[in-house]
Write a protein that binds this ligand. Structure first.
Ligand code: ZN
Length: 342
């Protein structure tokens, strides 16, 4: 089969589409014929070798895949060849205390498909059966690949790590990103007022098309002031943050008393200096969020099947153009999602 493999780390790294052996399923695994696989910032970090986990090269990246079951191991029950599936890329052990609570993303023995294990920028991928999620008929492969990782991350943030209520004010950082574009739609579905940020007029307009009530310029010197103005100085109840660095600190200047910042990324800086006094006096919360559980993927795909949320797909690429897709995401030319069709 063909796979786009990372040979050497870098920005850009060295990636090659080449012929590799077909995967063979173990007793509890399946092989999925990949039909679509979304590209995420996580893939760029993997490419650059900037994740705090050991990665063996060559490695096939890509964790946001959908496809059909092609082969099944001898112990596999309740699934059938040809069945349409999405995949939980936070591979979990199913046995540790967190897995037993359904918290797969914080499994003590967790591994990431497309990082520590070969992922979906390939014609076929090996997946433990426990990580499969049935793909509803009404959701096509492309849509699934545009929502399974980024969309379900937003779902996990807005419904598990914090609970957005009707009438809440929600600030979505980088509304035109994969996580941001899903977060806008989910927050609107939950009945919130949404303010999105964007660095260009096109990105702000895109956020509004997805349902954001307001879209503000994050490159403005005092962008939090704009949020306070929109909310009549009150601030927002929830911030969906996935950038880190100074942007995260700026979010505290947008946050209402009792409000929550939920964060799942640190592209712009992994260390911040937090002003503790205003943090505890205003009884604010800073909540970490990592990946998703299968329940979040199911909830996301159910909303997609009902047409409530849509995958904001910027462009699709054949497997041969995986390198181009990485370049487009790295150079911030992507609004919403880039999806590879192997
Ligand atoms: Zn576990």
């Amino acid at each position: 089969m063909k796979a786009a493999q990372l040979i050497k780390h870098g920005a850009p790294g060295v990636m090659e589409v080449r012929e590799v052996p077909n995967p063979t399923p173990g007793p509890d695994d399946v092989v999925v014929r990949v039909r679509a696989c979304g590209l995420n910032r996580l893939d760029l970090w993997t490419e650059q070798g900037e994740l705090p986990v050991p990665i063996t090269l060559p490695r096939t990246l890509g964790g946001e895949m959908s496809g059909e079951i092609l082969k099944m191991g001898e112990n596999v029950r309740n699934w059938h060849v040809g069945e349409r599936v999405a995949v939980q890329s936070n591979i979990f052990c199913g046995k540790c205390e967190f897995c037993l609570q359904g918290e797969e993303s914080i499994c003590l023995n967790g591994k990431l498909l497309g990082v520590q294990l070969d992922g979906g920028f390939a014609e076929q991928v090996l997946v433990p059966t426990a990580a499969l999620v049935h793909l509803p008929d009404a959701v096509d492969f492309k849509t699934s690949a545009g929502l399974t990782l980024a969309g379900s991350t937003a779902m996990h943030m807005l419904t598990k790590r914090t609970q957005v209520c009707v009438g809440d004010w929600v600030l979505v950082i980088a509304g035109a990103s994969g996580v941001g574009s899903a977060a806008i739609q989910i927050a609107k579905h939950l009945g919130a007022y949404v303010i999105a940020t964007g660095s260009t007029e096109a990105k702000r307009e895109f956020s509004k098309q997805l349902g954001a009530d307001y879209a503000i310029d994050i490159t403005a010197t005092d962008w939090p002031a704009e949020v306070r103005k929109i909310t009549s100085k009150r601030g927002v109840d929830v911030v969906v943050e996935h950038v880190g660095g100074d942007v995260l600190l700026g979010c505290f200047n947008c946050l209402a008393r009792g409000g929550t910042i939920v964060t799942c990324g640190a592209t712009a800086g992994r260390e911040v200096c937090l002003k503790l006094w205003s943090f505890f006096v205003k009884e604010q919360k800073l909540v970490g969020s990592y990946g998703r559980n299968r329940a979040d993927i199911k909830a996301t795909l159910d909303l997609a099947a009902k047409g409530v949320i849509k995958a904001a797909i910027h462009q699709t690429y054949p497997l041969d153009q995986t390198v181009q897709a990485f370049a487009d995401l790295r150079d911030r030319r992507v609004q919403g999602k880039a999806v590879i069709l192997p």
